[in-house]
Design a protein. Structure first.
Length: 426
């Protein structure tokens, strides 16, 4: 017997029992971004390796350890995209979408990082993101955060997530703060772990983001970046905080929030939850005003966010078993006898014509009504249609509820669609 082939570690199949939940999540995401006037952009999953080295930063964990990089037949270094922003900027520059224009975009698709797989975090994962370009005021920062807050309301989890915000200031202010922070950390080098020591010179702000309790204790009194902001960034941040308060959005200022990618400046934010254990960040974003120019375009302000969809699905199913949609049908059509089978086909196609959003499954494989209803129950259908020679001759349909205690009823064929629509909406 041939050896079976299994999926690559950290790259998971999405099976039918959970694909319905994914479809619902994707539908809500599309509806909310459309309500704000954002348009979809789709980029390739393979890009030039230099794109991510130049945007993310060569001394980040993603570039140093996690990227799936290979040479193609021409000897070019290519990488499976580890995140979506760099690809969006590359596409915007290439197709003339960004300079002296305003764009509100969104994307959704697979990303790839070679890291240790764990619950809610995989090597192939799916990311949803929002990107805006050409707008530099705190009003667009507010809109992006409001859009993300509306997502939590749409999913019914707004009470389970908390907004944290910070400002990284301008590149010049952050560079000055960087030197101050390095001096502080060097004085406490004996209390830093190996990872923090490695980051000390290359990316010291990431030390502030350490989850190691010993490191956290060492940086408890570290100078705050908020005390080193340039005046323009401080005004921007204060205005954003004021606007969030006016909009009724609760938030916490977290001076240790720095984000893991090099291209961020000014506003950074995260939505965090305590419902997923250590994997607490659900959505993260901020400003990256220098990225477009860094990747060869004209200077263009930008702000956006991204979220891992696996983690969002995990949060939804953790908070509510109802979020896991395992049904494959709304209506299950059964029939007894060859003549009734032909009538069942007519009924099924009629419902699909008149109720295109209703999932209609017709029983195949024969068997008595008891066996057919048992199969229909497994699909999760709410109603079964029972068709025999009597129903065929009278042009009627017997409707049997499968999920509640309602009585079976017989309906004329020409009233079937309206009745089914009413029953499903009840």
């Amino acid at each position: 017997m041939a050896k079976t082939i299994q999926a690559i570690r950290g790259m998971n199949d999405c099976l039918p029992e959970v694909s319905g939940t994914w479809q619902k999540v994707e539908s809500v995401l599309r509806q909310v971004v459309a309500s704000y006037g954002y348009q979809e952009i789709r980029t390739p999953i393979v890009e030039s390796t230099d794109l991510f080295k130049r945007s993310i930063g060569e001394v980040t964990d993603i570039v140093e350890k996690e990227m799936y990089t290979f040479e193609d037949r021409n000897g070019d270094s290519l990488t499976l995209r580890p995140e979506g922003t760099a690809s969006t900027v590359r596409a915007g520059n290439e197709h003339g979408l960004l300079y002296n224009q305003q764009q509100r975009l969104w994307y959704m698709g697979p990303m790839f990082r070679h890291e240790r797989p764990q619950k809610g975090r995989y090597r192939q994962f799916h990311q949803f993101g929002v990107e805006t370009y050409g707008l530099d005021g705190p009003d667009i920062d507010l809109e992006v955060i409001l859009l993300s807050a509306r997502l939590w309301k749409a999913f019914g989890i707004e009470k389970h997530v908390t907004l944290q915000i910070n400002s990284l200031g301008s590149n010049e202010a952050r560079q000055a703060y960087r030197e101050t922070l390095i001096s502080y950390l060097k004085e406490r080098a004996d209390k830093l772990d190996e990872e923090s020591l490695r980051r000390l010179e290359s990316n010291p702000l990431r030390v502030l983001d350490s989850k190691n309790p010993n490191v956290q204790a060492a940086i408890a009194d570290a100078p705050s970046l908020l005390d080193h902001l340039d005046e323009e960034s401080k005004t921007h941040f204060d205005s954003l905080c004021e606007r969030l308060t006016q909009a009724g959005i609760s938030f916490e200022i977290n001076p240790r929030l720095v984000r893991g990618l090099d291209y961020y400046n000014r506003t950074v934010f995260e939505w965090v939850t305590e419902s997923l254990g250590s994997q607490g960040t659900v959505c993260a974003g901020g400003r990256y005003d220098g990225l477009v120019e860094q990747l060869g375009g004209k200077a263009t302000p930008a702000v956006g966010f991204a979220m891992g969809m696996e983690r969002l699905v995990l949060l939804l199913t953790t908070l509510s078993e109802d979020a896991l949609d395992t049904s494959s049908a709304d209506v299950y059509v059964t029939a007894m006898g060859d003549d009734a089978q032909a009538y069942a086909l007519e009924v099924s196609e009629h419902l699909r014509d008149t109720l295109p959003n209703v999932r209609v499954m017709m029983h195949c494989g024969g068997g008595n009504f008891k066996k057919q209803l048992k199969r229909g129950d497994k699909t999760g259908a709410r109603f079964a249609l029972l068709l025999g020679s009597q129903e065929m001759q009278s042009r009627e349909v017997a409707v049997k509820p499968l999920r509640d205690g309602q009585e079976q009823q017989t309906i004329a064929f020409n009233a079937l669609s309206s009745t089914i629509a009413d029953l499903l909406n009840a």
